[in-house]
Structure formats: structure tokens, C-alpha cells
Ligand binder design. Sequence first.
Ligand SMILES: Cc1cc2nc3c(=O)[nH]c(=O)nc-3n(C[C@H](O)[C@H](O)[C@H](O)COP(=O)(O)OP(=O)(O)OC[C@H]3O[C@@H](n4cnc5c(N)ncnc54)[C@H](O)[C@@H]3O)c2cc1C
Ligand code: SF4
Ligand code: SF4
Length: 487
Amino acid sequence: VKQYQHLFFIKTNRTFSSLKRFSWTLVPVIAVGGLFWPKLGLLMVPIMLTIIVMSMLRGKYWCGNVCPHGSLFDNLLLPFTRNKAIPRLLQSNFLKIGFFAFFMVMFALRVSRVIGSWGTLSFYDKLGFVLALNYLIPTILGVTLALTVSSRAWCSICPMGMMQQIMYKVGKLTRLTRFTDRKIALTQPEQCHKCAKCARVCPMQLTPYQEADHHGVLHAEACIRCGTCVAHCPAGILSVEHVRDLAAAPLTVPAQRQAIEAVLISNEEIALHTRELFFQAEKLKKFNFQPGQFVLIRLFEHLEMFRAYSISGFDGDRGILRVTVKLIENGFGSEIIRNEFSIGKKFLLEGPMGEELIVDKTARKVVLIGGGIGITPFLPIVDELLESSPPPAITLIHGAAKPDELYYHEYFQRLTLQDSSFTYLPVVEAGGEAWAGSVGTVITALEEVDLSDSNVYICGSGGMVKALRGALARHGLPEEQVFAESA
Ligand SMILES: Cc1cc2nc3c(=O)[nH]c(=O)nc-3n(C[C@H](O)[C@H](O)[C@H](O)COP(=O)(O)OP(=O)(O)OC[C@H]3O[C@@H](n4cnc5c(N)ncnc54)[C@H](O)[C@@H]3O)c2cc1C
Ligand code: SF4
Ligand code: SF4
């Protein structure tokens, strides 16, 4: 796994409150301005009081939503960070407590030196200077760690962070947090893809999907409640929940999704960077697969990390399952699939999962829209619908950047000739001279479709799904008739 470690952490947009977006401006004001106009350093007094009160109520909420240094790291330094794993030493209690004690002693010594001038006009300037200096030092250390390790590496040892953890314990002991605290929770743990995206985007490098308790609640005191994991979870199962509600929530019992040991029996390239993988179940178990569902494939033995792939073909009698994978350059899973998925190797599959694309069999008209590799779930769906009697009127729109990304183009063309209930509308953004078909996007292709009384099923990127929902609403299609899945 080590050789893929550098691909693990994802530089991605952090979630911002409006305060966090601009609070970084206080850093130069206090840390630099305070050296020249020392009274600016006194701004630290209300800041520290706020930190103390806030942490008693909501743990390290300040760090993730208000802190000027955090805002500086997430707003300005993220693009330049090396985004490496924060060394264990920096995360150790030994270093955190030692650094906190050292910082506090130095701070107390400096304050004791100015306390003698209490009552004089220069007292506030001297105190302001000490406070500004105490803001400048973390700025220098924090920026250095952000650039050389990870944007929030400083936060692991920040004395203010340690102080918040101590005050949080006070809040918990006095039961104050019961009324005020909010925590990250997996609302439906049984729907977790175990993809580790929450861990890959977490600025504190926590692993919410693994650290959560059996109720799905993350208790880690290092969590800064920033919500970045919530925004990026592909299953949409993470949320920030009030602890009061969590205490009242019933215990969720994970659904019995199947774990199947399977052998990779074929791994063929069908287009540039696109491969068909065939798995043969070791023991022929009943696999309750429905067209439109996906399966989770464990990337490595002993590594609790899976990737979700739509099932693009299934032979129940022989226990063979097909997925079609587009390999992404420098994708963590893609690189592992490229290098480690050899024929004959055993893998753990979990599933099947996903309800969004299970087509309502009673529908009279069905419109299926796939973007790029999002065509994969529609292969078994089209086959199943064409077998029903009578089949509904099926329109399949496949949008791609260029013609060689119209996977299964010939197959769908053949189906159009064979079956009058099936219409295939491929569309590409840039066709080139050899392409005689439609040029445009899935939205422009919609113009050719009679959408009245149709159920529409979409699979593609989040952006495509959002744009299509808007376009379908403009065409007058009720929201309840639109179903979508995105990666
Ligand atoms: C339900 C479902 C079904 C799917 N079906 C298929 C399928 O049939 N075929 C298929 O090929 N794929 C499918 N996928 C996608 C698949 O699961 C993987 O996400 C995909 O293979 C890429 O994984 P990776 O680990 O290689 O890439 P990653 O390492 O996860 O990332 C790929 C690239 O995207 C960037 N990135 C990733 N996440 C973020 C983010 N949050 N913000 C900013 N940048 C980011 C990374 O930096 C990198 O450049 C499906 C996903 C889901 C959720
Ligand atoms: S599905 Fe969501 S909670 Fe589960 S591992 Fe992926 S990002 Fe984390
Ligand atoms: S677990 Fe989620 S909310 Fe907590 S620090 Fe990590 S990304 Fe932020």
C-alpha cells in the first residue's frame, strides 16, 4: 500500500462558513501589525475568551469554523501544501502536552515581566506586544508545517487546540455539551461505501468511517467540526448532528449486505484507460442483484478500502459479474487496479447496493441518461427492460467528450436495429471528421426526446446530474419522476 500513499490525501475545497472565509485577515493584523502597534495584540484577549467558552460548548468548533490561522491554512496555503500524512509524532499526546506546557510557561514568563508596569500607560502596549508575539510564533510554525507537511499539520500541536480539548473535557464533565455539542455522524452506516473519501479529505486526517462508534458517531476530540467530510461523502450519509438527537437515536443495525469472495478471471482494455473486469464468485451464492445496482470491490487484502462500481453485466447461473472501470490518472484506486488486479487474484466484493437506478417496471416510458462511464448501469437495465412484455418505450442518451468514450456504442446500435422499443441517442462534445452523429451535450440531446409521462434515470458526475435536473424541470417534468446516481 505504501507505494500508493502519496495519492491518498485529496486537495479539495474545504467547507467554509462566511466567517472562516475571511477570518485569515486577522493574522497579519495581529501577528505583524501588533509588533508595530502593540495594542492590536490585545485583540487576542477577546479571541482567547471566545475560544475558552466555545470549546466548553462545542469542542474544537472554533478551529474548523472561525480560527484565523485555520482560515489562512485552508484558504491561502492549501494549494501549496505537500499534503503528506501528518507524522505520528506530531499527533502524539506526549508532544502535544509537552508543547502546550512549554508554550504556557513561556507565555506566563513573558506576561509576568510586563505585569510590573500594571497601572502605567505603557502596560497595555507591553501586554499587546507579548500577545502579538505569541500570535506570530504559531503563524511562522504553522505556515512552515502547512507548506512542508499538510495544511493543518500545525493544528495537531497547537496549544490553543490543546486548551480547547481541556475545556471540552470540562464541558463534558459538567454536561454542558449535552445541550450544545454537534458531532459528525454516519446516519446510515449500512450504506457506507467504505471508500475512505471522508478520511482523504479530512484536514485533521481522521478516518470518520472507521473511527465512528457502532451508532455511527465520531467522538474524536481532534474533529474540528468543519464539515468537509460531509460535503464529499459520495453516499451522502455523513452529517453534523446534535448530540441530543444522537443520544435519542435508535441503534442502527447494519443491513445484511453480502460479502462475496471472488476471483478476477478477466481484465481487458475495451477503450483507452477503460477496462472490463470479470469476477467469478468462489462459492456460488445467491446474489440478489437488480439491474442498476453497484458493488463494492476491496482494493487490497487487509485494507478496509473499497471502490464502488456499477454492475455492467451479470450471469447468475455461473456466478460471474462484470464491472467496467475508467482508470483515472493518479487516482488511488485506479493505480491499484492498473498495477495489482491480476488474473487469478482473489478479491472481496460487497453488495449489491444502491436503489436510485432500480427502474420502475410499470413505467410506460423510460428515459436513461448516462454521462461518460456513467453508461455502465444502463447495460443490464436495458437488457432487462427489453425482456419484459410488453417492454416500455426506452430512450438511452449517452453523452461523452469524444466518440471513443461512447463505450458499448456498437452494442446499443445493434439493439436499436433489433428492437423498435429502444432508441439510442449518442452525443459527443467534440466529434472530429469521422463522426457523423450528434454534437453537443446530454442537455441538447434532450430536445429530441418526448419527455411526457417519462421516468428519467441519470448516472454521471454531480455537475451533470445537477444541470440535468434543472433542464428537466424546465421541460416540465415533475421532480418525483427523476432518479439519479453520481460518483
Ligand atoms: C455508486 C457509484 C458507482 C460507480 N460506478 C463506477 C463505474 O461503473 N465505473 C467507474 O469507472 N467508476 C465508477 N464509480 C467511480 C469509482 O468508484 C471511483 O470513484 C473511480 O474509479 C475513481 O477512483 P480512484 O480511487 O481511482 O480516484 P480518486 O483517487 O478517488 O480520485 C480521482 C481524481 O479525482 C480527484 N478527486 C477525488 N475526489 C475529489 C474531491 N472530493 N474533490 C476534489 N477532487 C477529488 C483526485 O484528486 C483525483 O485526481 C462509481 C462511484 C460510485 C459512488
Ligand atoms: S461512503 Fe461516506 S462515510 Fe463511507 S467511507 Fe465513503 S466518504 Fe466515508
Ligand atoms: S471528521 Fe469531518 S468534520 Fe471532523 S475534522 Fe475531519 S473533515 Fe472536518
